[in-house]
Ligand binder design. Sequence first.
Ligand SMILES: [Zn+2]
Ligand SMILES: [Zn+2]
Length: 422
Amino acid sequence: MHRYDLISCHDCGVLHQRRPLRPREKARCVRCRSILYRGIHSDANRMAAITLGAVFVFLIAQFFPIVELEVNGYSSSATLLGAIRVLWSEGMQLVAAVVFLFTMVLPAVELGALLYVTLSLREGRRPPGFDHLLRAVGLARRWGMTEVLMIGILITIVKMTSLAQVLVQPGLFAFGALTLMLAVVVSFDPKILWNIGEHLPGPRRAAQQPFRYAALAKGAPLLACHSCGLVESLKRTVRHQYCARCGARLHRRHPDSVGRTWAFLLAAAILYIPANLLPVMYTHSLFGQEDDTIISGVVYFWTSGSPALAAIIFVASIVVPVLKLAALALLAWTAQRRSRWRPLQRTLLYRIVEFVGRWSMLDIFVITLTVALVRFQSLAVITAGPGALAFCAVVVLTMIASMQFDPRLIWDPVDTHGEKHV
Ligand SMILES: [Zn+2]
Ligand SMILES: [Zn+2]
């Protein structure tokens, strides 16, 4: 038996033996039911072709105008980069940098690394840097927000139709296509690609030696990588042990997980107050000046006959952040008290928090595009307000808080059945 045939559950730490799956089949954890890995068409030709297509669509989406506005003969259009630049020039550098990172840099890293890896796998070899690139794909995927941006674009368009004539541009179709293609690309799970790569010739790290199954059978200490699931023997002689496959630092549990979760959570909760009280946008028009907070934006959609949009923004910007803060506080508090209360439901709650976290950025994307589009000097100009900065910080801080929380802590007091690492 090879050591890559063992996988540790990310959410609860139970060890599993891996077996090949058919496409679309999912392997779930026996204890917490989280998805361990999925079966995919391991046809590298197909993967490389879809990734290459996504790269082309990505370039069109990034550099072509998304929408154009026309009012009384004036017109303005916005590309994503142009919108970010407007935000930057208005003193919102931090928000501009975050939007740039989540919508351009990280999706580019994901697609670029995947293209390089799948093209090499297609030729039947492991490329240099294979392991690090796959780890980068995993990280970029957690923070990349193309699908959230797509919904943000649609909301902006609906919002603008009441102000001006909206002309749809090629960038919008490209973003639509990119969102659909990324849904396919996401199924190219690094955990699967690692397994395909294992059996191919190519550069390997010196540390990779065959796993001795006997060590597990005897109950010898094992350590699992929280980023790729690889299981290794604990080396008591070294101070810091790093994953032999992806290079991540290995810990039995995230160090000081609960304390760090509380710290980020507290910072987010404090900033949540200015995020809701301060204006996120200022409108200067012929009719005077108007300040918009997040809640007044919701009211605007509600009263202007778009209750569905009002509901989406209300849920994404107000309900989700509050529930996320409450859910993370509950998880941190119960983990701290080593509670045995409903571990399965708490693990599910953790997965929901991880999944919905990014959707709170929706309002920030709408603000970014609105600010870039409504720039008619004599008629109306919209600029971003300090509330946007506070809100952006709340979203990023709660995402970091949920990443600091180690879900395996939920299961530690419950039982140690099946979990053999120290
Ligand atoms: Zn599990
Ligand atoms: Zn690893």
